[in-house]
Design a protein around this ligand. Structure first.
Ligand SMILES: C[S@@+](CC[C@H](N)C(=O)[O-])C[C@H]1O[C@@H](n2cnc3c(N)ncnc32)[C@H](O)[C@@H]1O
Length: 258
């Protein structure tokens, strides 16, 4: 996957290109990430990328011209047919489904805004998708872009090692619309708290059932709306039975009214 990101702070992206799973993906050329700085495309000696908003008010707005030149440069690197994504609190919410969809693309240009955002005409003319990472406002689009890149990188073939991919993640695969089960490692006892016996039993079928039951139960307790979506797609008999068991065992928990 070839990515370019329009950003006034290219150095921030070392956080993902030099570390962890995403760093490995970059080193193994499964992912290329090229930051392009609109400031490099300015013509005045101050390198001006922003200006006061028409109509007045606080803050500044990112100017079109440096962004347009930076986008042309980015497309010359990753491809003219690249999907152009603007990270903005006003965009469609980022979900695992959207991540999975975008991870199918071979070339994407991400735009990280700053100040009050970018000139609306640039969005109208150039942006294909607007994406939000949540209903809160950050100072810039760099962290949202990195969130999206990390999530997409995990979905690229061969990026997760065997150990990572063996893990079932929330929202994915068998855990579509479910939260993951709890995880434990050594020691078996910590401050009087024990690892559930079943996980020490060596009984793989019992462990599978316990994990599925916890995933269903946790989702019921913490994210009932996700469970509704899972139910709409149809719970199998085993899942129905395990969830009923979990609810029975936790029936004193009045926090969940379902
Ligand atoms: C201070 S914000 C601008 C917020 C904008 N005035 C608004 O209220 O919608 C600056 C930049 O941060 C990024 N940003 C902030 N919060 C975000 C979020 N929740 N999701 C995606 N991008 C965000 C966007 O790129 C935005 O242009």
């Amino acid at each position: 996957m070839q990515l370019a990101v329009l950003t006034l702070f290219p150095q921030m992206f070392a956080a993902i290109t030099e570390h962890g799973v995403t760093g490995r993906a970059v080193r193994e050329s499964k992912l290329t990430l090229t930051p392009v700085n609109p400031r490099d495309f300015t013509t005045d000696r101050h390198g001006t990328v922003d200006d006061r908003p028409f109509g007045g008010g606080p803050g500044m707005v990112m100017k079109i011209e440096p962004l347009a030149k930076a986008l042309a440069s980015a497309k010359s690197i990753v491809g003219e047919d690249a999907l152009v994504v603007y990270l903005t609190p006003q965009g469609e919410p980022l979900t695992q489904g959207l991540v999975d969809e975008l991870a199918q693309r071979s070339n994407v240009v991400l735009i990280a805004g700053r100040y009050e955002g970018i000139d609306e005409r640039f969005i109208e003319a150039e942006v294909h998708r607007e994406i939000s990472i949540g209903d809160y406002v950050l100072s810039g689009g760099e962290l949202p872009a990195m969130v999206l890149i990390d999530a997409m990188a995990r979905k690229l073939p061969g990026v997760l090692g065997h150990q990572d991919s063996a893990t079932q993640d929330s929202f994915s695969g068998e855990l579509d619309n479910l939260l993951d089960c709890p995880h434990y490692t050594r020691p078996v006892e910590y401050a009087g708290r024990h690892v559930p016996d079943v996980l020490l039993s060596g009984n793989h079928e019992a462990i599978r059932r316990w994990r599925l039951k916890q995933a269903l139960g946790r989702t019921w307790q913490r994210r009932p709306e996700l469970l509704q979506a899972r139910r709409a797609a149809g719970l199998c008999k085993e899942e129905d039975a395990l969830l009923a068991e979990y609810i029975e065992e936790h029936s004193t928990d009045k926090s969940n009214t379902e």
